[in-house]
Design a protein around this ligand. Structure first.
Ligand SMILES: [Zn+2]
Length: 89
């Protein structure tokens, strides 16, 4: 079950993410509820939809963001679940 705190956390991550594609020397991406990653341009392009989905714990549109991850946290190359571009390698 999702707590209010983790939702607030996810929304904060989403806002931060929409502002910075790279930050602190890392490339950032959104972690979706299904475990896929979304690149920042796709986050920006679908921001309203993502924000709405993330705000609603019962949303199953597939646009719900769980948090964010950066290239320093990942050992493997990642591609965007939406546009398919390589986010980092
Ligand atoms: Zn993308």
């Amino acid at each position: 079950m999702k707590t209010e705190d983790s939702k607030t956390e996810a929304l904060r991550a989403l806002r931060t993410l929409a502002r910075y594609e790279t930050h602190g020397g890392y490339t950032w991406a959104a972690v979706m509820s299904d475990g896929g990653l979304l690149c920042v341009p796709c986050v920006r392009a679908n921001y309203r939809q993502i924000f709405r989905a993330t705000s609603d714990p019962r949303d199953h549109s597939g646009w719900r963001v769980e948090g964010m991850i950066h290239s320093g946290d990942s050992e493997q190359s990642e591609t965007c679940a939406d546009c398919g571009r390589v986010i980092w390698e």
